[in-house]
Ligand binder design. Structure first.
Ligand code: RBF
Length: 170
């Protein structure tokens, strides 16, 4: 579904768990800071709204979205980090940079997630222009940062459900 048909800040309660004890890393790109700052605000506030302790949310910045994968890896490698949320905004330009960055970061984030077997969330906007980006960073289509935080919580919820239902069967 295209994001102009969905409000990114709406979500169901499925797999939402208590996250008081969970530790999160948020890695945020400095490029398009006026957008990524709003994504960060949304992600942080959503975690806190779901009872995360602000002291358990570790925020680090990387220069651009291309560097999100390595930033995520440097955070995910710590056992105490339960989930990593990557936030960036890559705006379609006139060069092929857009394709290279989007492809690299999508692949890189997936690899980190699988390598450490923990949620590493792709909270990266890939709009055609800045107006579209702002519409999805706390504007009329909600906030991609909220959605990224909810995704992290739901994946931790799923992990919890799976570990409690399958571990007793072996
Ligand atoms: N980083 C982003 O996060 N979003 C962008 O829209 C973005 N556009 C870029 C366009 C050009 C022409 C270049 C050179 C870089 C861009 N970057 C962008 C930065 C990129 O993610 C990375 O930090 C740099 O390419 C590293 O040198």
């Amino acid at each position: 579904m295209a994001s102009n048909l969905k409000n990114l800040s709406d979500y169901s309660s499925k797999n939402l768990i208590a996250i008081q004890e969970k530790k999160f890393a948020i890695v945020v790109a400095e490029w398009n800071e006026e957008v990524t700052g709003k994504l960060l605000e949304g992600a942080f506030q959503t975690l806190v709204k779901h009872q995360a302790n602000p002291a358990n949310i570790f925020v680090e910045t990387v220069p651009g979205s291309f560097e999100l994968s390595l930033g995520a890896q440097w955070m995910a490698q710590y056992d105490y980090i339960d989930a990593v949320i990557c936030l960036g905004c890559v705006i379609q330009g006139e060069t092929r940079h857009f394709d290279f960055i989007c492809e690299a970061v999508a692949k890189g984030i997936t690899e980190v997630s699988l390598k450490y077997s923990k949620p590493v969330v792709f909270g990266v906007l890939t709009p055609d222009n800045q107006a579209q980006a702002l519409d999805r960073a706390g504007g009329k289509y909600g906030n991609k940062g909220d959605e990224a935080a909810i995704t992290a919580i739901k994946m931790l919820g799923l992990q919890h459900t799976l570990s409690s239902s399958y571990s007793i069967r072996s």
